[in-house]
Design a protein around this ligand. Structure first.
Ligand code: AMP
Length: 249
């Protein structure tokens, strides 16, 4: 059983995001980049399935600039067997990524695709859903537990009013939630070993996928500064101040 894991290179989650002075985007020059945190969870889950003898091969794929190779190396250091880089300098939107992933899926024929539930840069939460629709495969989003048995993926999904248990017939697409697992630390020896694992490179043109933007970003702005927070000693004071000062209750 093959598992495909799409991984995105994003600004590291510890970095304080700075908006460019002209509002055209965020600063990425000299900024630490890492694997999207939800994708770390997706890779960890795929590798655990391999370690449990359920999966036989884990393939990581990333669409983006040459440097996305670093993200693929990290995935291989965790345990992915090989990777595919779809190299492009274009600004990618979820539909273009989903279309490229569809082409890779058609070539690789995985039984399961595990994506992150969302990328922390665009927060789109769309790529997995679009990929499932393009492939016409069953999908489960925000998955917090996964068990594969008898050709089915038994999953628990985090939904607004609790949890939903689903049985998906493979092949299927799932997206990983924060609670699915706790990713392991990547060790230096494993990082060295990952350097020997194969990375195949292709391009959107070779895959026949147009990457032109469907959406136009008008402006990026800093969030409005929060008004000063005031601590109150107890609930009675809170209620009294909401009533008498803020006059909201
Ligand atoms: P999004 O729909 O942009 O929030 O991203 C959801 C998930 O799609 C991510 O967690 C990744 O697993 C995958 N994904 C998005 N963009 C890329 C990309 N450029 N390369 C590889 N995977 C991606």
């Amino acid at each position: 059983m093959k598992i495909l894991v799409p991984v995105k290179r994003v600004v590291d989650y510890n970095v304080r995001i700075r908006v460019k002075p002209d509002g055209s985007g965020i600063e990425t020059d000299n900024v630490k980049m890492s694997m999207n945190p939800f994708d770390e969870i997706a890779v960890e889950e795929a590798v655990r399935q391999k370690e449990a003898g359920v999966a036989t091969e884990v393939i990581a794929v990333s669409c983006g600039v040459e440097k996305s190779q670093d993200t693929l190396r990290t995935a291989m250091a965790v345990g992915a067997d090989r990777s595919v880089l779809v190299k492009t300098t274009a600004v990618l939107q979820p539909l273009a990524v989903a279309r490229m992933l569809q082409k890779i899926v058609e070539k690789e024929q995985p039984d399961l695709v595990i994506l992150g539930k969302q990328a922390t840069d665009d927060d789109a939460n769309q790529t997995g859903q679009m990929l499932a629709a393009l492939l016409d495969w069953p999908q489960a989003t925000s998955v917090s537990a996964l068990k594969i048995e008898n050709g089915k993926a038994m999953v628990t999904c985090e939904v607004d009013d609790g949890q939903e248990m689903l049985a998906l017939t493979l092949p299927a697409v799932i997206t990983a939630d924060l609670r699915l697992n706790e990713p392991r630390y990547v060790t230096l020896p494993n990082m060295m070993k990952a350097k020997k694992k194969p990375v195949e490179t292709t391009t959107p043109e070779e895959l026949g996928v147009p990457v032109d933007s469907r959406l136009k970003m008008l402006k990026v702005a800093e969030p409005a500064a929060r008004s000063q927070v005031q601590m109150v000693p107890d609930i009675a004071t809170l209620v009294s101040r909401l009533k008498n000062e803020a006059k909201v209750i």
